[in-house]
Design a protein around this ligand. Structure first.
Ligand code: 3PG
Length: 307
């Protein structure tokens, strides 16, 4: 079978080598498309692919239509909002993600952003410490949980909201529970966002939640830009000179935010939460293994478009 590794943002060489090794052992061949500049290159490359590994690369209905042999797509990472599940399901294409494989890298970045914002992005002047502050975790999945544990190690009080997680899990981690999203934002000096981008969450974090946060609060977004209501964010930052926003996924209006709010806002130059060699190896090799196992015995453990 032919596995296409299509990554506009390439994996570390070590990860690509590992993927090739796993594929070769299972008798598959790997084609590599990295740093592609336009969609046409992806459309041409998928034409002969039986399997596809991507990162945040958009697997649209157009891509699916251009891939007549495609049987499986693995998003090497957690969020699969970049894959048109409907188009894949209609064609009987299995879609998987690799949950947990890049979580530590994202959690470390979230913590780094918190420290940076507490210290005025390392510009001279008096900053503050994380110790003793309340850290809110919005969605307690793999990344959220790790951010909470890191916060606890720094002496923060950690509170989470996630209706999908059993109370015992929070209790076992020594993490407080906020019964509602509103309660979570009201108590959080630092709020780390880990909700996926879905029809329900898009634009859901805006003016009301942000202005309900305590004085001097900071919102840290290593999730998705789509969950932010940018107009509401702008208004909140305007009205509350004490609020701060740091993101790994620049807002559409990021240039305007930076111009207007200076060091109170921060965005990485390009999404880099999962940009560590370790995360690349973990997620890339997991994707290759999942594809090999699917072709070997139909293993669909990580399938996200099961009927
Ligand atoms: C994920 O959903 O796994 C992260 O957002 C990482 O995305 P990336 O592979 O595009 O860096």
């Amino acid at each position: 079978m032919k596995i296409l590794l299509a990554t506009e943002k390439p994996f570390a060489a070590e990860a690509v080598e590992g993927i090739r090794g796993i594929a070769a052992e299972a008798g598959h061949e790997v084609a590599l498309l990295e740093k592609y500049a336009d969609r046409q290159q992806l459309l041409e490359a998928v034409a002969s692919a039986d399997a596809l590994i991507v990162r945040s690369d958009k697997v649209t209905a157009e891509v699916v239509a251009a891939a007549p042999k495609l049987k499986i797509v693995v998003r090497a990472g957690a969020g699969y909002d970049n894959v048109d599940l409907g188009a894949c399901t209609e064609r009987g294409i299995v879609v998987m993600n690799t949950p947990g494989q890049n979580s530590n890298a994202v959690a470390e970045l979230a913590l780094g952003m918190m420290i940076s914002m507490a210290r005025g992005q390392f510009t001279p002047g008096t900053g503050s410490e994380l110790k003793g502050k309340t850290l809110g975790i919005h969605a307690y999945g793999n990344v959220g949980r790790l951010v909470g544990l890191l916060g606890k190690a720094l002496g923060m009080r950690v509170v989470a909201h996630d209706p999908w997680v059993a109370k015992e899990v929070f209790a076992a981690d020594g993490v407080g529970v906020a019964e509602s999203v509103g309660e979570l934002y009201r108590v959080s000096d630092y709020l780390s966002l880990h909700i996926p981008a879905t029809a329900e969450t898009r634009g859901s974090i805006g003016h009301e939640l942000l202005t309900s946060m305590p004085k001097g609060a900071t919102l840290i977004n290593t999730a998705r830009k789509e969950v932010i209501d940018e107009e509401g964010l702008t208004r909140a930052l305007d009205e509350r000179a004490d609020l701060k926003y740091a993101t790994d996924i620049a807002a559409d209006c990021q240039a305007a935010l930076c111009e207007r709010f200076g060091k109170r806002v921060f965005a990485t130059a390009k999404k880099m939460g999962a940009e560590t060699a370790e995360a690349n190896v973990n997620a890339g090799l997991a994707a290759a293994r999942q594809i090999s196992e699917y072709f070997l015995d139909g293993n669909t453990k990580f399938q996200v478009n099961k009927g």
